[in-house]
Design a protein around this ligand. Structure first.
Ligand code: ATP
Ligand code: MG
Length: 602
């Protein structure tokens, strides 16, 4: 490709709304054009990168036994009603909908379980045809509350979604492991360092789920891990050992103490330390957080309790409430109570809620990791400016007790699987694998004929990779002060030739054209920068765009040499006659390293 013909449009300034490197650099290098809020046009360069990502993803999915299909983006409401998800997706407002001219409503695919389950029910009749796995890479729509970070979180994106069908849990498990391996291979070929962690599978969901994360400071997910034991989990799911609180001199019976104008736990403890309870700490508090949970059918008020020095994890809490509500669930929305609601629920100003008399809520949940029924705590008295000191949950609570896993695990907590402690890091979720079980097939009556001549619902798994998000994640992992440093497997072009002689220097032009021809003949994706611009400007552009290998034809051509430079590496003068061979070898070696890494996956 000749640069003069590719409409390269680089920006010197960062776009005002670009907060993270990938957004900034993809915009500045002309990969992306903002077409609307959370909507992007993929420019010619991005198209090439995305095509390479998609090709590697598809290749690995096919290698793992997947069959590629294309499903409609417009999905009939009726199908989603069969699975029961139409109402929940409408209520959570995740799904965008359109109407056709006859007034029929369609959902725009946020995911495709219904469509593929309907397909499988039609094309797979016997257990003899199982297992089978269908996948596609297609546009998905989600009405995200906060689209941001460029390609990371958008309303319209490209997802690889795969769905497997089985007649036994063992078969599902085999495919799940094969997918896990295929994902690791995929990310290694893409040049991405990704790792799998245990993920929240929701209260309704099957027996297992892993997310694939790319470590990045800007990641929206928090991961707890122990490199030594190999344990890793999203904070929404992580378990850990929380160190017990030290003993304190608690009164035998709960004492009501006037704690004027101190609501926050540290303030309460500070006050009590000065007023007769010298050894109390935040860990002796019984923290109460009040919420309102909404399902499609009901709205319930909730009090959640955790030890005073710890926090409630809202995903864990949502799942716990959903489990308690059974048929009334699942919880679609959980929000903290507004102050007037707190006053109604506790007959007190915010800051003085506790599980004793005076608390009126639909559900009271206690964190089983950090709280104990017979240990004394300092609890709110459900009266403004008052606390109960020496409150014991089993003895003094006036609510029905529900114990569950609610605490946010944090750095320093014990590894749940052995000795050692957990560390914390941020990650970008690039993929997700999920055991669904019979959730969709049972609801949609998607059945196969078993060897027993009876009809059974398919056992299913589903697997997603955010192909377009992967592009952004790759930039987060591969950039420097000058721009993007693409892994060679997904760079839009592999080599750029920059003629840098005096204007009209025929020898330089001839050398550049010769290299261009020869590299093309070798199958190398090569750019020739024939634009009328200063070499310095060109170098800046290609560093920003992130072309892995640069060949400069300059003064040296007169004596038979050119300059070669890997992106981020150092310049070297090489004989003109060797430049093509060197570039080709360099690229092949880089690709071989990525392939070898994929082959090493067990
Ligand atoms: P997130 O937690 O980031 O919202 P999710 O768990 O809802 O994602 P999945 O339903 O697991 O996403 O979808 C599979 C993959 O699709 C994700 O791992 C992610 O890479 C990608 N993805 C999901 N939502 C978006 C989005 N709004 N923009 C870009 N990619 C997305
Ligand atoms: Mg996910």
């Amino acid at each position: 490709m000749r640069a003069s013909r590719m409409h390269l449009c680089t920006l010197r300034e960062d776009p005002a709304d670009a907060e993270i490197a990938s957004h900034r650099l993809l915009m500045r290098a002309g990969y992306l054009h903002k077409s609307g809020a959370g909507l992007y046009l993929y420019g010619p360069l991005l198209q090439r990168v995305l095509a390479k990502v998609k090709a590697i993803v598809s290749d690995e999915m096919a290698r793992a036994g997947g069959l590629e299909v294309t499903m409609p983006i417009m999905q009939e409401q009726g199908l989603w009603e069969k699975s029961g998800r139409w109402a929940t997706y409408q209520a959570s407002r995740t799904m965008l909908t359109v109407k056709d001219r006859s007034g029929q409503t369609f959902g725009l695919a946020p995911t495709a379980e219904e469509v593929v389950t309907d397909y499988a029910a039609n094309v797979v009749t016997s257990y003899k045809q199982l297992p089978v796995c269908f996948f596609q890479q297609h546009t998905k729509f989600r009405d995200e509350i906060r689209p941001r970070f460029g390609l990371m979180r958008v309303k319209e994106f490209i997802m690889m979604d795969a769905y497997s069908f089985h007649d036994s849990d063992e078969s599902l498990d085999q495919t799940y492991q094969a997918m896990r391996k295929a994902y690791h291979r995929t990310f290694r070929r893409l040049g991405l360092e990704a790792f799998a962690v245990e993920a929240d599978s929701g209260a309704i969901g099957g027996s297992g789920s892993h997310e694939f994360m790319v470590a990045a400071a800007v990641g929206e997910d928090t991961i707890l891990f122990n490199a030594e034991s190999g344990y890793g989990a999203n904070v929404e799911r992580a378990v850990g050992r929380v160190a017990p609180a030290p003993a304190w001199a608690a009164p035998a019976a709960a004492v009501r103490v006037h704690t004027p104008a101190v609501g926050a736990i540290t303030d309460v403890m500070g006050f009590l330390q000065k007023n007769g309870y010298a050894d109390v700490q935040p860990a002796h508090g019984l923290k109460c957080v009040l919420f309102v949970a909404k399902t499609e059918k009901v709205e319930v008020t909730v009090a959640a309790f955790v030890r005073g020095d710890r926090d409630i994890n809202e995903v864990k809490l949502t799942n716990a409430i959903t489990r308690l509500l059974g048929d009334q669930g699942p919880v679609l929305n959980l929000r903290p109570m507004h102050p007037p609601e707190v006053v109604t629920a506790t007959t007190a100003q915010p800051g003085f809620a506790g599980p004793g008399a005076g608390l009126t809520v639909g559900l009271a949940l206690f964190d089983k990791n950090t709280l104990d029924a017979d240990t004394p705590y300092i609890a709110g008295a459900n009266a403004t400016d008052h606390h109960l000191v020496g409150f014991r949950i089993a003895r003094d609570a006036a609510v029905k007790l529900h114990w569950d896993d609610l605490v946010t695990i944090r750095e320093g907590d014990g590894d749940p699987q052995g000795p050692g402690v957990l560390s914390e890091k941020r990650g970008i979720e690039v993929g997700h694998i999920f055991k669904l079980g019979t959730k969709y097939s049972a609801a949609m009556q998607a059945l196969y004929l078993g060897p027993d001549q009876k009809r059974h619902p398919f056992i299913m798994g589903c697997y997603g990779i955010g192909s377009s998000r992967v592009v952004a994640a790759a930039v987060e992992q591969h950039h420097d002060a000058d721009g993007i440093t693409w892994p060679v497997s997904i760079a839009p072009y592999q080599v750029v030739i920059v003629p840098a002689g005096k204007p009209g220097d025929a020898a330089v032009e001839e050398a550049a054209e010769g290299l261009y021809r020869d590299l093309q003949a070798k199958g190398i994706e090569v750019l020739l920068d024939d634009r009328d611009a200063k070499p310095g400007v060109k170098f800046k552009d290609w560093d920003l765009v992130g072309i892995p290998y640069r060949i400069v034809c300059g003064r040296g051509v007169a004596t038979g040499t050119v300059e070669v430079k890997p992106r981020g590496g150092t310049n070297a003068d090489v004989p003109l006659a060797e430049a093509v061979g060197l570039a080709t070898t360099w690229i092949q070696e880089r690709l071989a390293v990525l392939h070898a890494a994929a082959e090493a996956v067990r």
